[in-house]
Design a protein around this ligand. Structure first.
Ligand code: SF4
Ligand code: SF4
Length: 385
């Protein structure tokens, strides 16, 4: 009997080893494996999330309620589910310079240029990761034989970060993101649920945030209620991506030139000096989105928006939210100009004139979402005349 258990453990370890090798071959930087029964040790989570939901800190993200509902019933996501494989994929574009954190922070000081979160500058990660998970599943099938599976990339109500913590990929940092000692936090997570039994193969990684509070201190909107606790309704990533409506007036000036997402709490994180470049070209910056002028982006027609962002996650927010976000950044630029050094007064006047002209046009836009934010931005220029 003892010999049987021993040989079963050996086989399980050998299978895990082969699965991991296949994962690395597919381009993943980390692969964590866990038996679904081990989820049960995560009994603290639902209370945390209940608190979060009760305090109404999730805004329009009602899918979080669903996540909680499915927490104890993973069978509803994949009938007969027995194991989960969590993968991480690095997304720093291959053109990224060594001092990238400093470079990115400098971009936030240029009022006329839009800041797009690093993860959204390349191809839509949902599509890239789903495709990679599919070929990973095929490779696993060659080791285990046929099995049922479901690939999850933000599309299924599961707690990816908690699964990754259990799978030994990293720890949840005070900025609420997953951190890894070798890769920082600049990676995407994907999960493969399987109806095939696998053994959990890594122990949990301990929290290495220590006494650091840099992410909490840098947050422009003071969105952290405390370490590990985020009020999403104040987070710029939420406001510019998930939030469908009008951005509260008092938060608009704090958004600065961030037109799609925010990276501040990652840019300041000391662990991100270990972030590594993506292996493939998928996440290289497209359309010059790392150096785009607001007035140029704001002048795009809807069909230009679709063409230019074809294959990008940005397309998901739609044209009107895109214009809403740029209008806010243009309004903020009006107030911040004095501090910014222009190559000449002529350039400054020219940019102002173009911004005013475009905003005037958008004030009469048929979408109230666009016209309301354009009016607000225009008022910032008019108050300076
Ligand atoms: S993404 Fe930006 S706004 Fe959101 S919590 Fe981090 S620093 Fe704050
Ligand atoms: S900035 Fe500091 S506290 Fe925040 S996640 Fe990174 S290490 Fe942790």
């Amino acid at each position: 009997m003892r010999r049987n258990i021993k040989s079963n453990n050996l086989i399980a370890r050998e299978i895990n080893k082969k699965i991991k090798e296949s994962g690395y071959e597919c381009g993943f930087s980390e692969v964590g494996i866990l038996a679904i029964d081990d989820l049960k040790i995560l009994n603290k989570l639902p209370q945390d999330y209940n608190d979060y939901l009760t305090a109404n800190m999730y805004g329009d993200m009602t899918y979080l309620e669903k996540k909680l509902q499915y927490f104890h019933e993973p069978d509803k996501i994949l009938p007969g589910v027995q194991s989960a494989i969590v993968v991480a994929m690095n997304y720093l574009g291959r053109e990224t310079k060594q001092d990238w954190q400093k470079v990115e922070l400098t971009k936030l000081e240029k009022p006329d240029y839009g800041y797009v979160s690093i993860y959204a500058r390349g191809r839509d990660y949902h599509k890239v990761l789903k495709k990679k998970l599919k070929s990973f599943a095929d490779k696993i099938g060659a080791v285990t034989g046929e099995f049922g599976h479901r690939a999850c990339v933000d599309s299924v109500p599961i707690f990816e970060i908690e699964l990754a913590v259990l799978g030994g990929i990293g720890w949840r940092g005070k900025n609420t993101l997953l951190l890894n000692k070798d890769h920082g936090s600049i990676f995407f997570l994907g999960v493969l649920l399987l109806d095939y039994p696998l053994k959990t193969d890594k122990s949990r990684v301990k929290d290495h945030c220590g006494t650091c509070m840099a992410c909490i201190e840098i947050c422009p909107t003071k969105a952290f209620v405390g370490p590990y606790k985020l009020n999403a309704t104040r987070c710029i990533s939420y406001l510019t991506i998930e939030h469908k409506g009008i951005i509260p007036t008092k938060l608009r000036p704090l958004i600065g030139n961030r037109i799609y997402g925010c990276d501040d709490c990652q840019l300041i994180c000391p662990w991100n000096k270990f972030a590594r470049l993506a292996k493939a070209s998928d996440f290289d910056t497209r359309n010059g989105l790392d150096t785009a002028r607001l007035v140029d982006l704001f002048s795009w027609t809807e069909s230009e928006f679709r063409d230019r962002h074809s294959g990008s996650a940005i397309l998901r927010i739609g044209y009107h939210r895109w214009l809403r976000n740029i209008a806010v950044a243009l309004g903020n630029a009006a107030a911040r100009k004095e501090k910014y050094k222009y190559s000449s007064e002529k350039n400054k006047d020219e940019t102002n004139r173009k911004a005013i002209q475009l905003l005037k046009k958008r004030v009469s836009h048929s979408s109230p979402l666009v016209s309301i934010h354009a009016s607000w931005a225009l008022s910032k220029y008019e108050s300076r005349i």
